[in-house]
Design a protein around this ligand. Structure first.
Ligand code: 5AD
Ligand code: SF4
Length: 456
């Protein structure tokens, strides 16, 4: 281990799991003397953590690499700049990246981050020898440092990786491999340490998080694998943890135990990200989603029955092969019927190697664009309406930091809305009750009411 200070810049694309992975890469590199830098220029190590889900992300990598080139040249006589490509593009196209981009010194797949120190050393010896796109997840979590650097009061924790669903549009089952869940005890240990550092809110991450089936805690082996419902209840018991969330779920894996956990455990935030992708049964079938619109609507109704204050968010894809105007109308109808507090929507992107890419009746880009605009206008309207519906309610807000104006605090509601309120700085890291007075599409504001609860 070296004590020389070195500068590390990480650029993160894609989902929250990549955000988590970037944090863990920092944890691996801190003992080697790396300190995080806000800019690539002048850094000793630059990591681009990539996303492969839609095509533009891969193109962004190559343009980023082009932009890094002059910085790398400028640093050549000053200790050099090591450039690493991580994440799902690295996993899928590692060898091609090495061939196509001579500025890249090393390629590291999502399951090999614990080996970064060794890979950096190897890259310094000889370029081209530092490519690791191993598929085994198990090793990684055993070998990552137990200490995590955290900023703020809300943290992500990956509990599950990979996916066995094989939706026909999606690269995840190919890039991240088969479903794998971390053991309960390992997660409890990580979350306890976070709580001791002041973290109050945990978001459990997984590509298909509600398919979680991890090894039970010591002494409970007879239970067999634990599901997500059981895990959530267990985590809610950890001292200091006041809020639990999870991302991203598949409708097929919303089992009874998970639904019951939402009913009984008030630390599980009443906010569910449950993507449907399309409202058309024909398209759902072609996407291999393994459920119909009616089944999804029934599930949402159940969730609302057990947790009347629950809000729903989702993901949508427009322009999947074969999508007619009538199919798209079914998606619009689905959005009107379900009512979303927020949602992500995307144009279908043809991913090589997925069944969707080979399907006939690919949709023109301009048709996709028109549909996306119509869908987003409706979703934006629903988001604004949802935010406005909070006016007059009193919401618990976890204060994260000072607001932009003096004397102001910034926090998050149970629905992840940004909330601005005047209040004392001592409330940062704690939950206060806020009566909501105003709302826009992106944030709420109000006034502090009643006693603030010190959860520390
Ligand atoms: N094209 C467009 N959107 C996609 N997603 C996944 N694969 C594709 C694709 N090929 C979207 C889905 C998923 C989210 C993470 O990204 O909506 O839920
Ligand atoms: Fe991709 Fe999610 Fe479908 Fe898995 S469930 S294939 S991660 S969209």
């Amino acid at each position: 281990m070296s004590s020389t200070r070195k500068r590390l810049y990480i650029k993160t694309y894609g989902c929250q799991m990549n955000v988590y992975d970037s944090e863990r890469m920092k944890d691996v590199l801190t003992p080697l003397g790396y300190e995080t830098s806000e800019e690539a220029e002048g850094s000793d190590l630059v990591i681009i953590n990539t996303c492969h889900i839609r095509e533009k992300a891969a193109e962004k990598l190559y343009s980023d690499l082009g932009r890094l080139r002059p910085f790398k040249d400028a640093k050549a006589d000053h200790g050099g700049m090591t450039i690493a490509v991580a994440g799902c593009v690295a996993q899928a196209e590692g060898a091609e990246i090495m061939r196509r981009a001579p500025t890249v010194d090393l390629v590291v797949g999502p399951q090999s981050y614990h080996k970064l120190p060794e890979l950096i050393a190897r890259a310094h010896r000889a370029r081209g020898e530092a490519l690791d796109t191993e598929f085994e997840v198990e090793d990684k979590f055993d070998q990552l440092p137990t200490e995590r650097h955290v900023e703020g009061y809300s943290a992500f924790v990956t509990v599950q990786e990979g996916c066995d669903k094989f939706c026909t549009f999606c690269v995840v089952p190919y890039t991240r491999g088969a479903e794998w869940s971390r053991p309960v005890d390992q997660l409890v240990d990580e979350i306890r340490r976070l709580a001791a550092k002041g973290v109050r809110e945990i978001t459990l991450l997984g590509q298909n998080v509600n398919a979680y089936h991890g090894a039970p805690p010591a002494g409970r082996e007879a239970d067999g694998p634990w599901g997500l419902g059981q895990l959530l209840r267990h985590i809610a018991l950890i001292g200091g943890i006041e809020r639990v969330r999870y991302l991203t779920s598949h409708p097929r894996d919303m089992d009874e135990a998970l639904i019951a956990a939402h009913r009984d455990e008030f630390k599980i935030m009443p906010y569910l990200h449950l993507p449907i992708q399309s409202g058309s049964d024909k398209i759902l079938k072609a996407m291999n989603r393994q459920h119909t619109y009616a089944e999804y609507a029934e599930l949402i109704a159940r969730m609302r029955e057990v947790r009347p204050d629950i809000a729903i968010s989702g993901d949508f894809i427009v322009g999947f092969p074969g999508e007619t105007d009538a199919d798209f109308e079914d998606t619009m109808r689905c959005v009107r019927e379900i009512g979303y507090a927020s949602a992500f929507s995307f144009k279908y992107s043809r991913r090589p190697g997925t069944p969707g890419a080979a399907m006939p009746n690919q949709i023109d880009e301009d048709v996709k664009t028109t549909r996306l605009h119509a869908l987003q206008a409706l979703l934006d309207e629903q988001q604004t309406d949802f935010n406005r519906s909070q006016i007059g309610r009193t919401l618990p807000v976890l204060f994260e930091k000072a607001g932009r104006l003096p004397g102001q605090l910034h926090g998050r509601s149970p629905y992840l809305q940004s909330v601005h309120v005047d209040g004392p700085a001592e409330l940062i890291g704690r939950i206060g009750q806020v009566e909501i007075e105003a709302a826009s599409r992106n944030s709420l504001s109000g006034r502090l009411v009643g006693a603030e609860r010190d959860v520390a």
